[in-house]
Design a protein around this ligand. Sequence first.
Ligand SMILES: Nc1ncnc2c1ncn2[C@@H]1O[C@H](COP(=O)(O)OP(=O)(O)OP(=O)(O)O)[C@@H](O)[C@H]1O
Ligand SMILES: [Mg+2]
Length: 466
Amino acid sequence: MVDDEQSSLNAIKRTLRKDFEVILALNGQAALEVLKNEEIAVILADQRMPGLSGVELFQKALSIQPDAVRILITGYMDIEAIIQAINDGQVYYYINKPWEPDGLRLIIKRAAEQYTLVKENRRLLGELQQANLRLQQENIILHQEAEKEYAFTNIIGQSKAMQDVFNLVRKVIPSDITVLLTGETGTGKELIARAIHYNGPRKEKFFVTQNCAALPDTLLESELFGHTKGAFTGASQEKRGLFELADGGTILLDEIADTSAAFQQRLLRVLQEGEFRPLGSEKNISVNVRIISATNKDLQQSVQKGTFREDLFYRLSVFPIRIPPLRERTEDIPILVDHFIQKYQKKLSKSVKGIEKQALQILTSATFNGNVRELENEIQRAMTLAEPGTLITSEMFSEVLKIEQPDLSTFLDSTQTLKDLTESLERFFIKEKLVEHNWNITHTAKALGLSRVGLQKKIQRYDIKR
Ligand SMILES: Nc1ncnc2c1ncn2[C@@H]1O[C@H](COP(=O)(O)OP(=O)(O)OP(=O)(O)O)[C@@H](O)[C@H]1O
Ligand SMILES: [Mg+2]
């Protein structure tokens, strides 16, 4: 409170001291000193004072504590000065003398609230800017990591089959051509789709993926195209679809073969017209999105069976790429194993010496129905079990791998007589059981229903070696 009359100061202090901390100043200069040293929420000043007038004081206060709420008290009808001050934004409120205690208290209370609000807003704004900055930085880092993760050096394959795939992939990267990726589960369809995005001109924008088999039509459409509030039961809020999010980027439509006729029709129209309408909306949205679709089914066969629209098939398979199953490129298994060992050494922060030869042999001859994903899972599992600094051994593999079924046709091909066949089967079975029981003779003999001596004789006869 700034006033050149001590009695006015005293009266104000009496009125306000119950609710506020009141600091008194007898002139503008003294008030500025206070402002420099203390946080002030409200400045209450008389207009007519020797030295600085109230408005002049406010002007100077603005550069010291701009958020302090300024209230002018005036006993004269200084309308011109007051209007000027209010218009310049220097005065929040003005009070006419003589003032009324209840009214004054109310005005100061509101002014103090205003001050808190402004402060809080400023703080939140600051936090928001900070968070924004952080998000931008994180985004850059995430992008860099994604680029690294989906760099070609991380997609393993020296086989002719995979080199052919890479050559096709390199060709489509710079363009916007619609790609259809086919291949059994776990062959790397999503990995290739990401590589196409993150190595191409769209890499700064989003890569989004939608599993089209996982959702009923309405939800799938709302995921992809968005919806307005109340478009369907449960749509309590407006939602932007993935197509909009991926504007400028890439969308992967996964498991595209497993979609309904109605959805296929909708998608076809979107592709033809280059724009879509969110569920419940009146407005069309047009976006620039690169479309990659993927399936582990034979899409052409689905067309023949009538479960997939032919016209949509042609739209999506402008550039088909087939990723071969792992069994067609077993020569890649050792380098894949090596790659996954490196990967999980980092992820698990554990280093191993490598893999035992016999264990690697099991991997190269195993049938991986889950393809590269299954192989990766085996390595991850083994790496988890392995003691640091040791070799991965076959005991660390899962049961499925250890009890691989023998391929009977190879026995049938290589044997002439029934005796030959039974013998090679017997030899195979004994060896399997020995491996299963870690070459423990007692346990293996028990499992086979033989005596220890009986088993040892057979091992000698068939020349079975560890
Ligand atoms: N050539 C490869 N080099 C390195 N890792 C690979 C390779 N192929 C696949 N992977 C890895 O195998 C796992 C499965 O790959 P991905 O998810 O791309 O398969 P998918 O074909 O999309 O399978 P699904 O049909 O089941 O969705 C991923 O962890 C991926 O990183
Ligand atoms: Mg996939």
